[in-house]
Ligand binder design. Structure first.
Ligand SMILES: [Zn+2]
Length: 69
């Protein structure tokens, strides 16, 4: 298993939670920008998952987001 740079991933998650359009380099390979995808649930309308992934090294992190009303 690939060793993940946890503190960098936490920082990355924080900035992409606030601004999903921000170009953030992958904390693992540090070569390519991360891809952000929001996945909405039909069951829980108050939350959605923000999936952050790198197409190059396949690093992946999911943030659970609250939908502001
Ligand atoms: Zn990567």
């Amino acid at each position: 298993m690939r060793k993940q740079n946890t503190s960098k991933w936490i920082e990355t998650g924080k900035s992409l939670a606030l601004n999903p359009d921000e170009k953030v380099p992958c904390p693992d390979c540090e070569k390519y920008y991360l891809i952000v995808k929001d996945v909405y649930s039909e069951i829980d309308v108050y939350k959605f998952e923000r999936i952050i992934s790198c197409e190059t090294c396949f690093a992946r992190n999911i943030i659970l987001m609250k939908i502001k009303s």
